[in-house]
Structure formats: structure tokens, C-alpha cells
Write a protein that binds this ligand. Structure first.
Ligand SMILES: [Zn+2]
Length: 598
């Protein structure tokens, strides 16, 4: 597990996020006895075999074998990494994860210098725009586009002076090494000691990372220079494909609204934000990437793609929509009347109409695809008409939502005078094909194989069952734990059990009690975690007698001794110079192995 987050912080986050409450957001749970039951979200089932205990703060599915604590659950259900799950739950509980140490460790001296310079430059450009005579050109440009002072301040919009020397002198006065900025593209260098500001004369949009630190600039020309938009070059702290413009301000809004609105331009974000629509982000001058799609999925269930209304915008919407769908988002695609840009629409008609007429009337994925494909076919030709219908049917076969599918089946039937039955039959055919393809790619996860092995408990060696039995009671009875620790220490025979014991003793020593949820955090190996949840949910026996404990200990020690003897015999055999002696030892080994198998 990741050790960059201190244990006490992990514990606070765990304590603040009750597993029953968290699971309830995804699974309908019913209380039976002291546990909760529901349908497992990780495999298909009709009768509930998924169980959660409030007391131990863990879950386990008796069907597929998945189990763990609240972090594991969020990791699995949201496809998060461990860190992402911790961050998600920390944010939910309003706990700040101390990251300072981490940042200082990972950021090099050059990168630190770069962050400082970017911070100074942001203030400098912003000041220039707002308070100088030269800033007037920028101020009137923004005013014409309806951007008010508050928005300019929120986004720290600025203006780079036409004379580069001013910028260079400013940076020198702040003791910034100019070479560092040349490497990251914040300055250009023509000759030795001749530096210039690549953004001179342009409006500056600072680009911030996910915690709100400026890492780059987007710049727009206001005097007709080409290219219209210029972004600073990528560097170790700035990858265009990993960041989204305004992400740090939008992330909480997206989570609250469960929707993210995706734009293409900085100006779209500014105008929407100013109109009170705050769950808005934009790509950074490149097509949407997989990282960005994954990031959005983590923060909101659905995404509305709201690109420009021209042909290029529609093509880009098509590509973004596919990618977002691939990463599990519910995608909608807004179409803006009169081929307008989002910011022009908001400026002309206001935020309320934008919400009502653009966002609320966004097309579903399938509706958009139908419209999009329509443009590619000449529907007055019989052959193209058939190709179009076939393509739409293929899309419809992928729609999970029955009412939505029904709606388009009717629409298609009506428009092309087809029978609904024929369309439905075709859809079923494609669905079966999809299933077949999915199946051939499917490999059962390791835990299922593991579960199968477990079913044959009686065939497994006695020492293994004895170790499991002791562990089961050690997890619930401190007195059993103490007794076993005293008599055996960590000397179980199976490595996975030794790992559990080591962490179990450490937690018990520190806290004076057994915390299964914490134990799960310590176990890196998923298989081992599953052993713990399986044992923690084992209610087949209420208690264990001293006699049974002693029996188990005896079996475990017996195995250990024999294994040890066997090891010694094998060594002797290898070293034996006399072939007769070697053969004799061989016989003894076979006898011993027979005894061990019993
Ligand atoms: Zn399951």
C-alpha cells in the first residue's frame, strides 16, 4: 500500500466514512442480524450474497470472493487507484491530506524555480492588464466579450506587454534563472543574453494544475497576430493531455452536480462561470485524451460535451463522446443553435437560456450518433439508406437503457416504414454477437479460482485448516491471539498466513485491539486481503475451546517439524558421497512425504 499517506490520516479517513453508508450509495442493503446484505455490485446475481459488517467495517461477497474495507470498495467500484480512493473519501469527509512532504520530495529545484516564476508572471501580467495604460487594449477586448472584473480576478487573466524587455527585467529583479524558463517555454532565447517573452502583446490565461498552482499559460492575440492561440510548451509539470482548464475550481461543483460540462475554449469557461454555471472545464487546445476522460469520470457520472457548432466542432464532439463513453461516462452532446460558439451564445442570450436551450436539450449519445451519421449518408439513395439503418441498429444494440432504445426503435420504424419486429430482431442479433465477443475476452479474475480451491476445504492438508481456524478466532478474540502469539509467534507454515500474523500482531500491540479494517490497509496482496475478509465473515463456529486451540497448535508444529526434518534429509541426500546411503535417505524421504500428505 502507499506509504506516502501517514497511518493516522488513513485511520481518520476510515473512521469518518462508515462502510455501510458508503456501500449504500451503490448497493441496496438490507439488515439481517448484525450484518447487511445486498446484490453484489461486482458480479451478476439474483440472490444477495454480498455482505457488509458495520462492526468490523468490512465487506465480502460469498459469490465472487471480493472483499475488503471502505478504501477497497471505492477502489473496485469506481476503478480508482488506492490513492484516488483515499482522496475521494478524504474529500467527502472534509479531511485534508498533508501533501507538503510529498511535493517537496518530488519537485526538483528547477521545477520549484519554474513554479515561483509562473506565480510571479501571473501577478505581473494580471497587474499590467488591470492597472496600466498598456492594459487598456486588453481591458476593452475582454469588456467587449462581456467579461467583468470579478471574472478577470477569479481566473487571474492578464496581458503580456509588447516590449519583451519589461518582462525579462521583471523576472531578473525576482532572481529567477532565465534558463529554467527557456527550457519550459515561458521565455524564448534568440542569442546569448537575448531573451524575449513569447506571449508579448497577448491576453494571458494562466493554466493551473489540480491544486490551483499555475504551471503554464494560454495566450490569445488581440491584434490579429497568428496563431490566434498560443500555449506554453509542455514540461515536467505541464502535460496538456493530463490537465483540464479550470479543473481545480470545477472539481467540487462537478461532484455536487454529478455532471461535468466540457468546452473547447478558455473563453467558454469564463463566460459560463460568470453566468453561474461552475461545473465547467476545457481541453487545452488538443483533442480530449484518455487521461482527461478518466479524470472526468472520477468526478462526475455524466459529461455534457459542449463544443463549437461548426463542422470541426461536431467532428471533435463525436470523438470526445466515444472516448468518454469508453471510460464509463454517461455522455450527452449539446448542439448550439446557429452554429454558434458557447461563449457567443451565453453573451447573446444569457446563462439561463443557455441552461434551458442548450444544456437541458443536449442529445443523448445515440441521438447524436444518428444525427451525425445522417450527415454522412445520402438518404435519398436506397443503398445508402440501408447502410444507415444498419449502422443505427448496431448503435441501438449497445444502448443499455430500455426506454431510450424503445424510443429510437419507434422513430426508426416510422421514418423508414419498417416493422418494429424486424428492427428488434436485428438488435437482438447484434446484442448476442456483442456478448459473444465480450465472453471470448473474459478471463475469470484470480479470486474466482481461489474461491473454487476453497470449496475443497476437506481435501486440503490439516495444518492449513488448523492455521485458518486459529486465524479466524484470533481476528475476533484477543485472548486467542495472545495465546497463539505466545506459543507460535509467526511460525505458521503458509507464507500468506505469516504475512497476516505479522501485521495482526503489530496492530494489536499498538492498539490493544484487533482492527480488521486497518489490517486490510496493510495487506498489499489482494489474495491475502481476501483470506482475511473470508475468515472475518466466518460464523460457522461461535467459539473455540482451549483444547481445540492446543490441537491446532500441535498440528501446525508437527507439520513444521516434519518439514524441517525433510529439509535436513534432502540436504543430507544431496551431500551423501556413498550411493547406497543416498538411496537409503531417499527411502526415508518418501516415507516422510507420505506421512505429511495424510
Ligand atoms: Zn460478488
Amino acid at each position: 500500500m502507499n506509504r506516502t499517506i501517514p497511518n493516522d490520516v488513513l485511520e481518520r479517513i476510515r473512521n469518518k466514512n462508515d462502510i455501510v453508508e458508503i456501500v449504500k450509495q451503490y448497493v441496496q442493503l438490507e439488515k439481517k442480524g448484525s450484518n447487511y446484505f445486498g446484490l453484489c455490485p461486482f458480479h451478476d446475481e439474483k440472490t444477495p450474497s454480498f455482505s457488509v459488517t458495520k462492526e468490523k467495517q468490512i465487506f465480502r461477497c460469498f459469490g465472487c470472493g471480493k472483499g475488503g474495507n471502505v478504501f477497497t470498495f471505492i477502489q473496485e467500484i469506481e476503478s480508482f487507484s488506492f490513492i484516488e480512493a483515499v482522496e475521494f473519501l478524504a474529500e467527502r469527509a472534509n479531511i485534508v491530506i498533508p501533501r507538503q512532504r510529498q511535493i517537496e520530495r518530488h519537485v526538483s529545484a528547477d521545477e520549484k524555480m519554474l513554479l515561483t516564476a509562473a506565480d510571479w508572471l501571473t501577478k505581473y501580467y494580471h497587474h499590467l492588464l488591470k492597472y496600466t495604460a498598456e492594459g487598456e487594449a486588453g481591458r476593452s477586448y475582454l469588456q467587449e466579450r462581456g467579461i467583468d472584473d470579478r471574472t478577470i480576478d477569479t481566473f487571474e487573466v492578464g496581458l503580456a506587454p509588447i516590449n519583451s524587455d519589461v518582462t525579462v527585467q521583471f523576472l531578473q529583479s525576482k532572481d529567477i534563472h532565465l534558463q529554467v524558463l527557456v527550457k519550459s517555454g515561458l521565455l524564448t532565447q534568440r542569442e546569448k543574453d537575448q531573451y524575449s517573452d513569447p506571449f508579448r502583446g497577448r491576453i494571458i490565461y494562466p493554466i493551473k494544475d489540480h491544486v490551483g498552482k499555475v504551471v503554464a499559460f494560454g495566450a490569445r492575440s488581440i491584434r490579429g497576430e497568428e496563431p490566434k492561440y498560443l500555449n506554453s510548451r509542455e514540461h515536467s509539470l505541464f502535460r496538456k493531455g493530463n490537465l483540464l482548464y479550470n479543473f481545480h475550481l470545477a472539481k467540487n461543483e462537478m461532484r455536487k452536480e454529478k455532471v461535468a460540462i466540457l468546452f473547447e475554449g478558455y473563453m467558454d469557461v469564463l463566460t459560463a462561470y460568470q453566468a453561474g454555471i461552475k461545473n465547467v472545464v476545457a481541453t487545452l487546445g488538443t483533442a480530449l485524451t484518455e487521461e482527461q476522460a478518466r479524470l472526468l469520470r472520477r468526478y462526475a457520472k455524466s459529461v455534457i460535451v459542449c463544443y463549437d457548432g461548426d463542422d470541426a466542432g461536431i467532428q471533435a464532439s463525436y470523438e470526445a463522446a466515444w472516448l468518454l463513453k469508453k471510460f464509463g461516462s454517461d455522455v450527452k452532446i449539446a448542439s448550439i443553435p446557429e452554429r454558434m460558439d458557447p461563449d457567443t451564445f451565453i453573451l447573446t442570450y444569457g446563462g439561463e437560456r443557455f441552461k434551458k436551450e442548450v444544456l437541458a436539450t443536449s442529445d443523448t449519445f445515440i441521438k447524436f450518433m444518428m444525427k451525425y451519421k445522417r450527415r454522412q449518408y445520402n438518404l435519398s439513395l436506397e443503398s445508402e439508406k440501408i447502410a444507415y439503418i444498419e449502422e443505427v441498429i448496431r448503435y441501438l444494440a449497445q444502448v443499455d437503457h430500455e426506454i431510450e432504445r424503445e424510443f429510437y426503435v419507434n422513430e426508426l420504424a416510422e421514418e423508414f416504414s419498417l416493422s418494429r419486429d424486424v428492427i428488434l430482431r436485428d438488435i437482438t442479433k447484434h446484442k448476442n454477437q456483442n456478448k459473444q465477443q465480450a465472453k471470448s475476452k473474459f478471463h475469470p479474475p484470480p479470486n474466482i479460482q481461489y474461491e473454487r480451491r476453497n470449496k475443497r476445504n476437506d481435501l486440503l492438508p490439516a495444518y492449513r485448516n488448523a492455521e485458518r481456524k486459529l486465524l479466524t478466532f484470533m481476528l475476533k478474540e484477543p485472548s486467542v491471539l495472545e495465546k497463539v502469539q505466545q506459543k507460535l509467534g509467526i511460525h505458521f507454515n503458509l507464507d500468506e498466513h505469516k504475512v497476516i500474523l505479522t501485521h495482526l500482531y503489530a496492530i494489536y500491540e499498538e492498539k490493544g485491539k484487533v482492527d480488521i479494517s486497518e489490517l486490510i490497509d496493510k495487506l498489499v496482496d489482494e489474495q491475502i486481503r481476501q483470506i482475511v475478509t473470508e475468515l472475518a465473515f466466518d460464523h460457522t463456529k461461535e467459539f473455540i475451546t482451549d483444547e481445540e486451540i492446543n490441537d491446532c497448535i500441535h498440528v501446525i508444529q508437527h507439520e513444521a517439524t516434519h518439514m524441517n526434518e525433510l529439509r535436513i534429509l534432502r540436504k543430507k541426500q544431496r551431500e551423501a558421497k556413498d550411493p547406497l546411503l543416498a538411496a537409503q535417505i531417499g527411502l526415508e524421504i518418501i516415507e516422510m512425504e507420505k506421512k505429511l500428505k495424510h
